[in-house]
Design a protein around this ligand. Sequence first.
Ligand SMILES: Nc1ncnc2c1ncn2[C@@H]1O[C@H](COP(=O)(O)OP(=O)(O)OP(=O)(O)O)[C@@H](O)[C@H]1O
Length: 926
Amino acid sequence: MMFILSEVINSYGSSSGALTNVDVDKFALRLFYVAIGVGLAAFVEGLCWTRTAERQTSRMRMKYLNSVLKQEVSFFDTQTAGSSTTFQVISIISSDANAVQVALCEKIPDCIAYMSTFFFCHIFAFTLSWRLALAAMPLSISFIAPGLFFGSILMGLVMKGIGAYGVAGGIAEQAISSVRTVYSYVGENQTLKRFSIALQTVTKIGIKVGLVKGILMGSMGIIYVGWGFQAWVGTYLVTQKGEDGGHVFVAGFNVLMGGLSILSALPNLTAITEALAATTRILEMIDRVPSIETEDRKGKALSHVRGEIEFQDIYFSYPSRPDSQVLQGLNLKIPAGKSVGLVGGSGSGKSTIISLIERFYDPVEGEILLDGHAIRRLQPKWLRSKMGLVNQEPVLFATSIRENILFGKEGASMDEIINAAKAANAHDFIVKLPDGYETQAGQFGFQLSGGQKQRIAIARALLRDPKILLLDEATSALDAQSERVVQEAIDQASKGRTTIIIAHRLSTIRTANLIVVLQAGKVIESGSHNELMRKNGEKGGEYFKMVQLQQMATQNEAPEDSQVYDKPWRRRSVAPSPISARSSTHNTPIYSFSGTGMSISMGTPVSMGTPRSTMGTPYSFSVQYDPDDGSYDEDLKNSTYPPPSQWRLLKMNAPEWGQALLGCLGAIGSGAVQPINAYCVGSLISVYFLQDKSEIKSQSRVLTFVFIGIGVFNFFTNLIQHYNFAIMGEKLTTRVREQLLEKLMTFEIGWFDEDENTSAAICARLATEVNMVRSLVGDRMSLLVQAVFGATFAYTVGLVLTWRLSLVMIAVQPLVIGSFYARSILMKSMGEKARKAQKEGSQLASEAVINHRTITAFSSQKKILGLFGATLAGPKKESIKQSYVSGAGLFSSQFFNTAATALAYWYGGRLLVLELITPKHLFRPS
Ligand SMILES: Nc1ncnc2c1ncn2[C@@H]1O[C@H](COP(=O)(O)OP(=O)(O)OP(=O)(O)O)[C@@H](O)[C@H]1O
């Protein structure tokens, strides 16, 4: 295209009546062919990259989740400051995987395209005028230096900002997820204060980001200085060396375009680097070998299990808290086929015993034996298949009741499922449900009662006909009525199996063959109920005291007490588990991370005009402002609350009116830079074709100084614009976040129990939606002022200089802009659909991670992966459509852009032939 353009400029510029309509048609047609070629290449690019990106990331997501679910339980206990493992896993599976997908379908192809532009531009430049190319190259490449330097500072700051918000977000997340504790200790103010302090750092960094962005954008003005330098060298070459004005000009233009394309590749490089970091995180997990591997086949699998369990001198501390010893020399023998009740104060180590039997953890010292075999030497999957675990808070997945029971035993028949349900006292109520066994548990508004869920969980445990039944406070969360039914189910289920029961209410283990009393990780008493009650010559021991205490409590405080213990969360809220507490399925958090969402709108909002798209305005370099385009959450769209008016949003930013004013002035300046530059560049071409050499010299000298002036002006306008809008945006974001959390902290507990108000959903809102508010105010204002003023200025100049050509070019603008816009709208709506479908996957993954113990206990990793794979099918289908849209969109944007250039030179040529305009008129406004 550049070759053709140089010819065009030569013939148009030097045309002194020699130009004919035939020449004009010939050039225009050539440019039109180039437009078709560019469009077709862009189509293939869009199609192929989008397809491959989707396939790769789907596979990554699957492998990642597979690996996460394979990890040992202790992996999930470790929490880094401010964010839980669940949070990390979900953010990796959604935003990291998205970053990789975006890099593959957009950034890498763009980067390759820019590189090739750089390469070819320089080849052409050297071919057309090697002297100019050589002279202009250092300066054209030198403007990459500030881009690189400030770009890396900017990236560093953005990452720091994300980290800083992570701390603030962590504070909010902790407060919201344990809102009961916060309320009960009246800790709202303290939380808000901590949140506010953490946000201050975010604000400071955000303002710095604006400042550096301004310097970065401003320093790009070196390109204008580059034009000045070229004007000087070019004049010398044209006047002293007799070079063609067109060749000299296009060579210089190419060198600058080459430099610009490298610069444009930079934001892509940072996105690619980020994607690489994301890939590293994903691969790190994929390659992580768990310390206890579920699928490990090295161990033994016993042919027959009796169910005798023995703890020999067990010392244990959780890997996440190695200093606090939970079990201290525990010795315990649980006879085969008997029921054993574990009792003891809170934190005495009861649940830990169950975790060790399940081999969620290995003891630090000592050995646990099953029928005389150390469980370390048994295959974990086989070992767990012999056990059935029922927890206090039953975990049901968002699938049918049948599928939920099937977690117990992969591939069990319907008869087996029904038998298990009958044995768990669950069959009768299941068949009465709207869809019987196919009823969805926990989704679509249908919810089961605690007792029903508990019985399904028991049915799941019984489906595998376990030799060992582990019941960890299986009835303590229930009311008296449900408890009775569940207790019956348990009594029935425990027959003929080794059953370990942890019960808060001592009455429920009264009939156990053996009762073991624990204190500080040691057995202090054991025996049957009667034996323990008669201990110390009828005076009784610890157990006796506990029974008496509980009896007294029941008599004295029956109503309140039962109320308290009927609500599992109340009891939990007093002594919150170190592990993320809320694990009920219907409250599964719906995460809505988006790549841009997490980046606190500091992503790479500034992008250079692509060389590919700059063809239409060949003599300017376009600076597009691309504010964070985080999409609205579906929930937000469905909200019945009316969208806030722009005025109300503006009012929220009112204290920063001074900054807004300054920012707008900067934006007006930035908007004016391009048209002025385009005018000067156009003038430069016509200067090259002047006949009088001294006239060329004097005019180009003036232009040189004007170009330098534009560079300096550009620096200050950008600085003023970005810095001030950053202050405005950051202050608003902080204000909204603080107010939002403050308001949230006044809501009743019930509100937090609603499905859409999970801590994760609220935190996502705090992080992403608040950013949208900022985009709606500051970013939008900055962009609008710059674009509207720039366009008005450019059109006015164009119309004044050559109204005919300008009118034609303005008329085709909607087509060029529309093709870009339509593509982005289409891609966005398809991306929205894919995101929605992906959300389902993220929801499932978050359920899986929260409930990883159940999955590990039932070795249901494969089942979860199957369900997860099914959720990826939707996005896959969408992505195939998306790839065509992307291809077609790229085609039209590239085609129309280049075709518009062809049209400009065709019509301009015709006007030249008719002598309605001079070359000067043609080049200046185009
Ligand atoms: N995953 C974990 N990581 C670190 N520490 C833990 C973990 N789980 C439990 N602990 C700690 O280990 C100790 C024993 O906990 P465990 O859950 O076994 O007690 P418990 O007797 O079952 O208590 P409760 O009746 O309150 O459930 C407690 O101090 C607890 O805080």
